[in-house]
Design a binder for this molecule. Sequence first.
Ligand SMILES: [Zn+2]
Length: 535
Amino acid sequence: LFRSVDVIGGYLPLKRAGANFVALCPFHKEKSPSFNVNPHRQIFHCFGCHKGGDVFTFVKEYENIGFVDAVTRLAERAKMPLEYVGGGAPDPQSRHEKDQLLQIHEQITQRWQTALANEASGQLARDYLAKRGVSEEAIKLFRIGAAPDSWDDTVNWAKSKDFPAELVEKAGLILKRDGSEGHYDRFRGRLMFPICDEQGRVIAFSGRVLSGDEKTAKYVNSPETPIFTKSKVFFGLDKSKRAILDAGFAIVCEGQLDLIACFMAGVQNIVAPQGTAFTDQHARILKRYVDEVVLCFDSDEAGQNAAVRSLDSLLASGLAVRVAVVPRPHDPDSFIKANGAEAFRQMIGNAAGYFDYYLERLCAQNPTNNDKGRLAVLRAMGEAVKKTGNQVLVDKYAQKTALRLGVSPDAVRSEFKKTGSASRPVAESESTESIELEEEILPPSTSEFWLLRLLVVCEGAAVALATKIQPAWIQHRVVREIVARWLELHAAGVWAGFASFMSQLESDEARSLLTEAAAENRAIPNPEQQLADVL
Ligand SMILES: [Zn+2]
């Protein structure tokens, strides 16, 4: 139905390796491919991070969406109508509405591109882009446009296209007039940046002001709509995801024009959150691609505060964080124009670890020649570093802080212990939890894993010996579950093949173990004997 090689190959470049296909794993960072797609069994499995499953699991994990959405997305790609059975499915009405909203976004993008390229109303925007040195190529690639300076340009455009006003309002492009009939345009006289989802479909806009007084907001963004959740979208990720995987880290910058400048200069592993708010969801999205981010924010106070604010989300996600401070008076865009892409790359390469950066910042903000200032630095530092829950890091930065402030390391350690002590029980329960988890995911013994392989690879032989297999003998909980289920289905005569079996497994661990057992295509010689030996 959905061939694994076609589906996964649409996301990643797959290379043939024997009967299987391999790629660099999109779920963890690696230099040589351990991500396998087995076209015969229609599954994938990564021998590095042990993620595995069928195409639905892949799309679900890759896109960070629910199962139902994954099925819907696959059907969309295949242009297949879906029939939903039972509950839990998105109602067709909302599906239809989302499609229409996407269509409206696509078409208004084209409308604004035309306005920028050809119309008198696009002159201000053209002048601005020329002044900022944004190339034709960049304008085309990022589909930059211009919204004419008028109250009803979009309203009239929607009418001419037969889009109902209520729907265009829902898309966030027009607003209801106060106290009278009709609508007016949200984006007027602005340079328009389309915001895309990870597949490159336009789902929202950010409009930069081109003229007007001080009171006019510099940026006007689309409101949240059925297709746009601000906290889950990065500007540029649809274009930069490949480069992010290749580089092994992501650069996070503040604005669209910064991102475009970096991208066009060849620094392409870069994203920008919408506005400066960096959320947990943003961190989780990046974590799907890489383990490290470099924050590259302006040297002004707002930029530095944004870097500090992002910390909680980033640490909670387990991402390693470094901070590159663009020297005054530059932003990334002007820095690259003045010093070139190579200098920018070097600055990113030399970026300090987050806590080194934070220590310097605290020392710049507080007088370190008196006790009050030193104490303020100590406390803030202690609070921040404790959020990692990593005792080695805490100790390392106790020493660094002591050295920087010229006080004894022991004094710093005891002060660190005092700060944030209220949250310590949480950290402790977290650590016992992680120990339990580690026990959970211990791999099965070689012979139990072999049993699993024999069951899936040499099904015929296994069926013949089914009566001899006693799940109770199996030590590993997950293997036991899988084998018991396998026997149950065969005994009841309702075995419907491997794919169906896998989709019935409830836990990710079970799926991961099963795909690991099935991913290797090597034939097993003399399976009957082997199976008898294992039993
Ligand atoms: Zn992996």
